[in-house]
Write a protein that binds this ligand. Sequence first.
Ligand code: 6PG
Length: 241
Amino acid sequence: MNFQTEIADNPQHAAEACGAQLLVRLRDALDARGSAALAISGGTTPKLLFAWLAARGFPWDDVHLFWVDERAVSPEDPQSNYKLALDNWLAESEFPEGNIHRIEAELPVSEAAERYEGDLKRHFGLAPGEFPVFDVIQQGMGSDVHTASLFPGEPLIMDRKGLAAAVYVEKLKAARVTLLPEVLRRARTTMMLVTGPDKAQGLEIVFRGPENLLEAPAQLTRHHAGEVIWYLDDAAAAGIR
Ligand code: 6PG
């Protein structure tokens, strides 16, 4: 396990620590390769991170933005992960529109996943069988230990071939599009931003529990090729100190 852990005293400070390091990693990527690729998550936790990023000046011109996952809704829907980033960050910043690689989840999800795969292949110049390497992937974790839209029981947790796929989440009775494990695994840096007392038990399972990827998908991070940094608050970290 290649985990680093940063524990803050509250969610705001966890988001700030994550944001500061995210910008360092993007700058490193720009210096090394002239462009950077970032994938972000949705849900609720990254809202503070996005607001923090919105207040920062950064040369976004050569940064390309993708999503870890998206709900099967229109980009105007309050549930949309794209909308969360747009409202809290992108609309406020000078982020170039052409660098925003939204998942078109208003389409039938299998089509949205196919189009997203096509976008990834084009952007990263992938030959068949190759995988993109993101500079930074920011992920979250649910209290049920899901990450991305890989929920417990989802067979695609064991997939090591695909880039993105449509999934149906039975417990939410909703479809989503998600990046697949091999793409997540290859990120140079994975930033897990996880806060709140409802995540404490799940974190114990990820850090200390017996391995069961199908039941605890966030344990996939144990196998990541790059660095994995967990940005937590005291409440979430209660069980792993
Ligand atoms: C989503 C996410 C998802 C998220 C976790 C944690 O669309 O819901 O991208 O994977 O990271 O569900 O969500 P919270 O931040 O809301 O706890």
